[in-house]
Design a protein around this ligand. Sequence first.
Ligand code: PLP
Length: 273
Amino acid sequence: MRIWVNGGLRDADDARLSVLDHGLTVGDGIFETVRTSEGRPFALTRHLDRLTRSARGLGLPDPDHDEVRHAVAAVIDANPVALGRLRITCTGGLSPLGSDRGDNGTSLVVALDGVSRRPDSTAAITVPWTRNERGALAGLKTTSYAENVVALARARERGASEALFPNTADRLCEGTGSNVFVVLGGRIHTPPVASGCLAGITRALAVEWTGAEETDLPMDVLAEADEVFLTSTLRDIQAVHRVDDRELTPGIGPVTAKAMRIFAERAGDDLDP
Ligand code: PLP
């Protein structure tokens, strides 16, 4: 694997950041995960815009979009894969051991690995830990993802692939790496960004293309919903057939199936000419 690190491509074994990088010592960094299909990144402009929003939220300098695009093209070129997970990471850079950021500039890392298509349907659990919709990091895609690692491990222990968080007001928020949608009486709903969820790029497209409504939802909605589905860069739209111990429609519910069809058709359009 060839990885872009601070200005050039390196072999994975030789790609280095300082062990005192603030991204490593305190999780001071931001990232984007972009899907590539046959060497084409999906919705790269939207990802770069969100990277900039995350940088501003964290007080990192604005990433140089031309530099990132150049790095993305180089990494895609050097790592041919059919379906890829491209990760763009910007970190606080080399700094003293402490909470203050250093003044040695930030780091840019771009890496790509091949992935398989996710199954069309999966199981999810709910977790008691909360997303903090009023926290400084709410809605930012930072490298401080350890809470998601813990929640995902809990999901795996219970035979699921995603864990759904409430926010501090016990409203439905999002998954560790996905946004959540519920179907009630034929209508599709998803929590608003004010719930503390990430403004997912797939979520925004699903809302635009299916007419889903942004609705403040109690956690209990998961016990009543006719259908539940997840959205994310690598899942696109993925049906949920079980939430905790509750089995939902066997197979994929009709509203979710329609949303999947619409998404598959529209996502083929070149969003990023
Ligand atoms: N929520 C969180 C916490 C995420 O990490 C992600 C994906 O990376 C999403 C939601 C879905 O966002 P997107 O559709 O942009 O991948």
